[in-house]
Design a protein around this ligand. Structure first.
Ligand code: ADP
Length: 471
């Protein structure tokens, strides 16, 4: 039987090796390499394997995400150029109009207009005419949100954002910005794009008259630009049109003269006379002939205050006439202040103040019209406020003759009617008008125009006496 040797014997025969100090290298075969150690401990553990895999993936993703952040930041820094335009700037509207134009062009050529074309806004423009008729036009523009488009080979992102919490002071229009980001290092793309948008806007207005109206304290184009009316189509008493034209041209040539003398560079015109004599038509045609815009100011508008008026008069767009119609009507009533302190109209002194207040060197041309000169306060008509006052009256014999010729002569002549025949009829009308005038009866140019639109030359002449009335 085998005997187990006593412990001391064992110790004697197998001397105990002292425990190796910590620094002593453990024989390689006893040391697990990290992998092999872990795998030796956890190798067969499926839970660990899955966990380790997940951890690896997590690390990988973090690195990837970090890389992406770095990448995009670097890309943004090196490759992307951004531009922000807010709706206080004129280029804002040009740009939106340009975008909507790109959309139209794309739709016409059956291309996909925007990557996200369902975010459209509609801009409705309602044009109200003097005779009460109106027309509405719809403009589809890129709505708030993100859109993409390609401009000269570079992709661009457009973000249109609307600030819902704050409004522009007075005008009540929400703040908006568009941020353009181009995936391109070409910094000149934006100026190119904006120049294209501006040119498009300008081209659309070429040969057109732009009428602005007040929106709170801002001027905004109203309706679509209208076709310019030729100056000579408004038939005034001989010499009247050229008197005003010469005056305004002389004024426009004397900017330096005014500046050198420190005089405010402004000029005021007052056209007075009965309704339908062509006052408004003439001012609009004159603006068109000088390539000026019209800023239509309605003094009786609800919400108009002295402060707003002052601001509007000092901040009209460049190259524009300020047109204030029926100036007498605005001051007939006293200022009414309701309980909540709402001031429903401007004061006369506030108006004078606004007229005088434009002390800057900026050009200011103001046209005023009235049907009742006698109702105007002399303080308003003094030089400096009104520099040229001109009566525009009912039809004179000469005006009636000219209007008749314009309607029925030249290219408008009906067949079978010779030039001489038209001239003879026009002369006859001339005599009828002088006849009626000496009997104290008058007719407006608007009434004559309406009559000529309805009748052929002969009928028009035959029935024209019915139009005259004592006034
Ligand atoms: P006012 O401003 O004097 O009231 P408008 O300019 O509004 O007159 O004219 C009203 C209409 O009559 C317009 O359609 C215009 O074409 C026509 N009309 C008035 N006066 C003239 C004129 N002197 N020559 C040509 N058309 C005229």
């Amino acid at each position: 039987m085998a005997s187990v040797p006593p412990a001391q014997d064992a110790a004697a025969t197998h001397p105990v090796t002292p425990a190796p100090p910590a620094s002593t290298t453990i024989p390689a075969e006893h040391v697990a390499q990290p992998g092999s150690f872990l795998s030796s401990v956890f190798g067969d553990n499926p839970y660990f394997q899955a966990g380790f895999g997940l951890m690896g993936m997590g690390v990988g993703l973090t690195v990837l995400r970090q890389g992406l952040v770095w990448g995009t930041t670097a890309l943004r820094r090196r490759m992307l150029v951004s531009l922000e335009i807010n709706n206080k700037d004129r280029s804002y509207e040009w740009f939106l109009a340009w975008m909507s134009r790109q959309n139209q062009v794309a739709q016409q050529s059956a291309r996909v207009p925007w990557v996200r074309s369902h975010q459209l806004s509609v801009e409705t423009i309602v044009e109200q005419r003097k005779n009460g008729s109106s027309s509405a036009l719809f403009n589809l523009v890129a709505g708030p949100g993100t859109h993409y488009f390609n401009f000269r080979g570079a992709w661009m992102q457009v973000k249109r954002e609307r600030e819902t919490r704050s409004m522009q002071l007075m005008s009540g229009v929400p703040w908006e910005t568009v941020t353009l980001t181009a995936l391109s290092r070409d910094r000149f793309l934006f100026p190119q794009l904006l120049a294209e948008a501006r040119d498009l806007a300008m081209r659309g207005n070429e040969g057109k008259l732009v009428v602005h109206t007040a929106w709170g304290i801002e001027w905004k184009p109203f309706g679509q630009p209208r076709r310019k009316r030729p100056l000579q189509s408004v038939v005034l008493e001989p010499g009247v049109s050229s008197r005003i034209e010469t005056d305004i041209k002389a004024f426009l040539d004397r900017r330096k003269w005014y500046a050198d003398r420190g005089i405010p560079y402004r000029r005021g015109y007052l056209l007075y006379g009965p309704p339908g004599s062509g006052k408004t038509s003439f001012i609009q045609a004159l603006a068109g002939s000088l390539s000026y815009d019209i800023c239509l100011l309605n003094l009786s508008e609800r919400g108009m205050t002295d402060d707003k008026l002052f601001h509007l008069l000092s901040n009209a767009p460049e190259r524009s006439f300020i047109l204030i119609e029926d100036i007498d009507a605005a001051f007939n009533k006293r200022v009414q202040t309701s309980e909540d302190g709402y001031q429903s109209s401007i004061t006369f002194s506030g108006f004078l103040n606004a007229l005088d207040g434009v002390a800057s060197g900026e050009e200011r041309i103001i046209f005023m019209t009235t049907n009742h000169l006698e109702k105007l306060d002399p303080a308003l008509i003094r030089p400096g406020r009104v520099d040229l006052a001109q009566v525009i009256d009912d039809a004179s014999p000469a005006q009636a003759r000219l209007l008749f010729n314009q309607f029925y002569g030249g290219s408008f002549k009906v067949t079978g009617l010779s030039d001489d025949a038209v001239q003879a009829m026009a002369s006859e009308l001339h005599d009828i008008v002088s006849d009626e005038l000496s009997a104290g009866k008058r007719v407006s140019m608007a009434a004559l125009q309406g009559h000529f639109i309805l009748h052929e030359a002969k009928d028009a002449l035959a029935s024209c006496r019915d139009l005259f009335a004592r006034r």
